[in-house]
Design a protein. Structure first.
Length: 109
């Protein structure tokens, strides 16, 4: 007599004794689960690498260089040049506002 019984679909069921068993489908599912876990771990590692402060700072610096090049360079399209100049104008305006507030705060002491 076997430790497992078979239903009409061919799937094994554990016997009343609770002996562990494995079917080809279970082995397939476990392999699929292991592959999914490995893929998820790799994705998490990649995202963690992209979100480090150093990586974000490098990405910001590259974007700033690109905006500057678009604003002053002749190889950018007119639309890109206009966009870059608007961004730089906003940055200058924000800097001026911060400086004005800082000076105003000093004067009231």
């Amino acid at each position: 007599m076997s430790d497992a019984t078979t239903n009409g679909a061919g799937d094994e069921k554990p016997s009343a004794q609770g002996t562990p068993f494995s079917t080809p489908r279970m082995v397939e599912l476990e392999a699929e689960l292991a592959a999914t876990r490995a893929q998820l771990a790799a994705t998490v590692d990649e995202l963690a690498g992209r979100l480090t402060p150093r990586a974000l700072a490098d990405q910001g610096a590259q974007e700033a260089k690109r905006v500057w090049a678009d604003a002053v360079g002749s190889d950018a399209s007119p639309r890109e040049r206009t966009r870059a100049r608007m961004i730089l104008g906003g940055v200058v305006a924000a800097g001026a506002l911060v400086a004005a507030l800082a000076l105003r705060g000093r004067g009231s002491d």
